[in-house]
Ligand binder design. Sequence first.
Ligand SMILES: Nc1nc2c(CCNCC3CCCC3)c3[nH]c(NCCc4ccccc4)nc3cc2c(=O)[nH]1
Length: 375
Amino acid sequence: MEPAIKYRLIKKEKHTGARLGEIVTPHGTFKTPMFMPVGTQASVKTMAPEDLKEMGAGIILSNTYHLWLRPGEDIVEKAGGLHKFMNWDRGVLTDSGGFQVFSLAKLRDISEEGVAFKSHLNGEKLFLSPEKAIHVENALGADIMMSFDECPPFFESYDYVKKSVERTSRWAERGLIAHQNPATQGLFGIVQGAGFEDLRRQSARDLVGMDFPGYSIGGLSVGESKGEMNRVLDFTTPMLPEDKPRYLMGVGSPDALIDGVIRGVDMFDCVLPTRIARNGTTMTSQGRLVVKNAKYSEDFRPLDPKCDCYVCKNYTRAYIRHLIKADETFGIHLTSYHNLYFLINLMHQVQDAIEQDNLLEFREAFFEEYGYNEN
Ligand SMILES: Nc1nc2c(CCNCC3CCCC3)c3[nH]c(NCCc4ccccc4)nc3cc2c(=O)[nH]1
């Protein structure tokens, strides 16, 4: 049977682990490395599909946990699935909800069967098992689905993480069996193991043995240092097959994206760009710019003079600052659009650097201008 998701490795960068590739989905083929905007509740906050297309978005994320609770997966299914429901005809990826239960829900109890918890909306007692999560993702109809996993705290004990990894592997197996639409929805396995190389190896070995069409690297961007994340990536990405996509979950900032690509990561997601946009913080080639700041009140330059996005071509810092201060939602639309464009465009520049085998020079120049010191 033709798999729902295929990855084509186009070129390996000469001096790093970076790869230029493309991911083929039922809703289009998209070049990697790529940044994927997050639309937790079936909407990338304040962005219309036309905006997302104009900025070059290919795959956007949504979430099983949120959509199961509200409006309910049956409503989305009756609408014809997420693509129809949100009028988005390119790629959609859904997370499995495990991470959100741990980060959002109150009072939860984890067992072999799954996770019992109370809804963050109304305190209702709920239960999410690998089977339930996979069936919700089947109903939502995303092109790429995540296995149901536990993301253990990065600094948990070796014994706890070992038991968690073994359970996450059993849950992945149960998810594969429960999966109802493998021909149209690709299911990714999620590698766990915190900062322990042997547990990462055990997790990768278990999941690669189940032959998923793609692999996520979970358990990171949960409070560990950038140095720690890079150390884990250094030994984890080589454990994954070269001919499958690698998705680093919950990352992130411009420097983390570049350093992840260098270590062989192809796909990224993070709420950061839209989250910081809501309080007027923007990403520019010269570093972060808090446009709410009084010093921009008569600054009629674009957010980023080097950016060619719709916002930077048509609006000024003074105007955007005014909107944010006046609580005009159009202001958040403008900062969100620019921040998303910044990360999507950064990945396009990284693709070019891989093409030209000068990714390390690109990193050097970008970090210099952005103002990053070596971590
Ligand atoms: N299944 C699963 N998901 C993870 C996620 C969620 C990824 N985004 C999902 C989208 C789908 C809908 C919601 C998000 C993670 N996000 C982060 N860090 C985010 C850190 C962060 C938080 C806020 C601002 C900036 C950074 N680490 C993650 C680890 C895992 C993991 O192991 N397993």
